[in-house]
Design a protein around this ligand. Structure first.
Ligand code: HGY
Ligand code: MN
Ligand code: MN
Ligand code: MN
Length: 414
């Protein structure tokens, strides 16, 4: 890399200001962001982002899944692009940085190159992936998942939210049902920058995480069937109350997951009773369950434990329990060459760092199916994310973006 490129640094103040301007879209009273996939807020955020990219002369392409591809030409247009990107959609009580940081760090890299009149050999691409969170449309990362060939376009378009609105119809409604095929194209290398969303970097007082992979994730809808009846006259012994079976299964599953390994994760983030009336014993209760483990055999063990315990609780209570697997994202190892590009950039820039596996899922999981990719983490306060209090230090965000700049330059050539 030429000397001028080595000396390049991004504009941390501009990055921070862009993050704060984007955070105003879907801002919540508690200081977070609610910009769920394909809502009006998501469209507003996408429009703001596309406007910023047009200001620096980039080409914009939107595919059939609403994924936005921003291209900055390279000296050799034939070379496959070096790619970065993440997501603009948030959890319902999300923060200002999850996903958005990766998108706007990529924009800051493009702005910095534009300011300094630097053209890379290979083209650069910045991507906004649709519905990474999976909060509105399950499963998560479905924009990158369809693009990488994990799911069909039809499956992606037919996913519906709790109100029965489909992803395809919502893409059309907000004007982001693009023409480009949602299919992979050759990529030289890809990098995603993200807050860690866990406590390790902050606890260890390190600035950058060189991410070597992502733990495995499995999602299930567990349905407990009961008999609706009146909360008053019906004697307890005469009820078929699905909540009792739910409580038995959760208690046993929590204790077995904790006993199995410190790396195992179990989350019951979404629970709904139908008909959902306080004075009617539910006809059914549906538990949206999230299980995770960094090793394939660990994830398989959690999977088998869930089915075994559901069987036992069904026997013991007489409540019919249906377990339906909604999504399975196996553990992923990132590309050695991309990890080394990040590692080299961190060392050249002199930031304290460590190698680590991501506890959260990211679009890079699916990008890794079709291209060499790795990720760059920076700390977030208290490791807190998927929480309106999510926060990060401007100088950490700046550091992560400088690492992204130099890792991309190393692979794109200047
Ligand atoms: O679920 C996850 O880990 C990510 O936030 N979609
Ligand atoms: Mn994210
Ligand atoms: Mn998230
Ligand atoms: Mn992500």
């Amino acid at each position: 890399m030429e000397n001028t490129a080595h000396a390049l640094r991004i504009d941390g103040r501009r990055l921070w200001d862009s993050l704060m301007e984007m955070a105003r879209i879907g801002a919540t009273p508690a200081g977070g962001c609610n910009r769920q996939a394909l809502t009006d807020e998501d469209r507003e955020g996408r429009d703001l982002f596309v406007g910023w990219c047009r200001e620096i002369g980039c080409e914009i392409r939107v595919d059939r899944m609403g994924n936005i591809f921003v291209r900055r030409q390279g000296a050799d247009a034939e070379l496959p692009p070096v790619v970065t990107g993440s997501h603009l959609d948030t959890q319902p009580t999300g923060g200002k940085f999850d996903g958005v940081y990766g998108v706007l760090a990529g924009l800051e890299v493009l702005r910095t190159l534009e300011d300094n009149g630097i053209q890379t050999e290979a083209p650069l691409e910045l991507v906004v992936w649709t519905n990474e969170e999976g909060a509105r449309f399950s499963p998560a990362m479905i924009g990158s998942g369809v693009w990488a060939g994990e799911f069909s376009l039809e499956y992606g378009h037919n996913r519906a939210d709790k109100a029965g609105k489909t992803l395809g119809a919502e893409l059309e409604r907000i004007g982001y049902l693009g023409e480009a095929p949602a299919e992979p194209h050759p990529i030289t290398a890809a990098f995603e920058t993200h807050i860690e969303q866990g406590p390790i970097l902050e606890m260890q007082d390190e600035v950058v995480g060189v991410v070597t992979g992502v733990q495995g994730i499995r999602w299930y809808d567990v349905t407990f069937h009961g008999t609706p009846c009146h909360a008053g006259p019906t004697p307890m012994a005469d009820r078929r109350d699905p909540v009792q079976a739910l409580s038995h299964l959760c208690e046993r599953l929590y204790s077995e997951v904790k006993a199995y390994s410190d790396d195992a994760r179990m989350t019951c983030g979404d629970l709904r009773a139908e008909p959902g009336s306080r004075n009617t014993v539910p006809e059914k209760v549906v538990l949206a369950l999230d299980l995770r483990h960094p090793e394939p055999e660990g994830l398989e063990h959690l999977h088998r434990t869930l089915y075994r315990l559901a069987e036992q609780v069904q026997e013991a209570t007489g409540t019919t329990i249906d377990v339906r697997e909604e999504w399975h994202s196996p553990p992923v190892q990132f590309d050695r060459g991309c990890i080394e590009a990040v590692d080299g950039a961190v060392k050249a820039l002199g930031y304290s760092h460590r190698q680590m596996v991501s506890g959260a899922g990211h679009d890079s999981v699916y990008v890794s199916r079709v291209a060499p990719v790795s990720m760059i983490f920076v700390p977030c306060a208290g490791g807190l994310s998927h929480n309106e209090k999510e926060s990060a230090e401007p100088d950490h965000l700046e550091a992560g973006c400088n690492v992204l700049l130099h890792a991309m330059l190393e692979r794109a050539g200047v």
